[in-house]
Write a protein that binds this ligand. Structure first.
Ligand code: ATP
Ligand code: MG
Ligand code: FE
Length: 337
């Protein structure tokens, strides 16, 4: 079963052809990072224009690289939320047009389900399952009793983890998106600043990163005023240690409370080396019976292959949308079905 998948929720235009939700035949990702970098973040207007410009080329290339035609496709899957409304609309409209023209079923996919299913390329999913979803706009712990049953048990009360990386990166003069560079710097430094670890010990599964972000920015500004130059590697390492401590601690706490067979790590921030190795260690130590699937590094960021994997699962569950499918920028779990 071949799924033609579309992802345009933010600043990557991506189209993929995926077989049975487990094999990537093509995964074209046209990133717009260069166009947004000079603004220090994604500009929604610029993003949707890029999507319009690239969507047809990406689609043609995805089919060509997979060496298939529309006749071989079983269904069209598309991210319809959450994300930027103007960006989402381009993918949704393209998917609808293709589904209509080729009389194919249209499968609506939640972007966060997509992130989660990037891990499907590493191994089979086992339930009940927990996922730590860490991305540019979300930081959440998701409990899945069974396939296609998502329940958010904890989430950030302010900034997402990736957002915090991007904001403190800007203070250090790192281009958007800053996560990867800060991660590399962190490996060369040490936690000498001991920034706060918000809500680490609180008996819930929620997160907060804005206090850490403020503490970081104040530290840098105060040093600037004293004419002092702080070690950027130690700053990065200290920030990252704080983020990783809280994410790992809360995840372990969630696994104590909700017995599961498997832990999934996914989302853009799942590419973080500090986080990956810390979870490896903690899982081995505290939850040796729970297997962990970490999304492949290349599929942590936004891409259509993950939408194809999630789309295949949704397709099998009978999820279908009509030609009235609309973008849902604030889409959450539990609303679809
Ligand atoms: P969402 O998925 O919540 O809608 P998004 O799609 O914009 O948001 P992703 O593409 O999943 O987010 O992830 C992008 C984020 O991941 C950016 O904030 C980026 O800085 C961060 N990121 C990427 N690589 C790393 C890394 N190695 N360490 C930390 N953060 C990283
Ligand atoms: Mg992006
Ligand atoms: Fe994303």
């Amino acid at each position: 079963t071949l799924i033609l998948a579309f992802e345009t929720s933010c600043d990557e235009t991506s189209v993929a052809v995926v077989e049975n939700g487990t094999k990537i035949l093509s995964n074209i990702v046209a990133t717009q990072i260069d166009s947004h970098q000079r603004f220090g973040g994604v500009v929604p207007e610029v993003a949707s224009r890029h999507h319009i410009e690239w969507i047809t080329r990406c689609t043609d290339q995805a089919l060509a690289e997979a060496n298939v035609s529309y006749n071989d496709i079983a269904a069209v899957a598309v991210t319809y939320g959450p994300g930027l409304v103007g960006s989402l609309l381009i993918g949704v409209t393209a998917a609808k047009a293709i589904a209509w023209a080729h009389k194919l079923p249209l499968v609506p996919v939640n972007h966060m389900t997509g992130h989660l299913y990037a891990a499907r390329y590493v191994g089979e999913f086992k339930y009940p399952q927990m996922a730590l979803l860490v991305s540019g706009g979300h930081t959440e712990l998701v409990y899945m009793k069974a396939e296609h049953e998502f329940e958010i048990i904890g989430e950030t009360r302010d900034d997402a983890a990736g957002e915090a990386y991007d904001k403190i990166g800007r203070v250090l003069g790192v281009n958007y998106p800053a996560g990867k560079t800060i991660d590399e710097w962190a490996a060369k430094g040490e936690d000498t600043f001991h920034f706060p670890r918000a809500m680490e010990k609180e008996a819930n599964y929620d997160f907060s990163f804005s206090g850490l972000k403020s503490a970081f920015i104040n530290t840098v500004h105060n040093a600037d005023q004293r004419g002092e130059k702080l070690n950027k590697y130690d700053l990065a390492a200290s920030f990252q240690q704080s983020v990783v401590d809280v994410l790992a601690e809360k995840t372990m706490r969630a696994l104590d409370r909700y017995p599961v067979k498997q832990l999934i790590l996914a989302g853009g921030v799942a590419a973080n080396h500090g986080l990956r190795s810390r979870l490896d260690r903690d899982m081995h130590k505290y939850h040796p019976d729970v297997t962990m699937l970490q999304a492949p590094l290349k599929l942590c960021g936004d891409n259509a292959a993950m939408i194809g994997a999630a789309g295949y699962m949704c397709y099998q569950h009978g999820d279908r949308a009509g030609m009235n499918l609309n973008a849902e920028p604030g889409l959450m779990y539990g609303r679809m079905k």
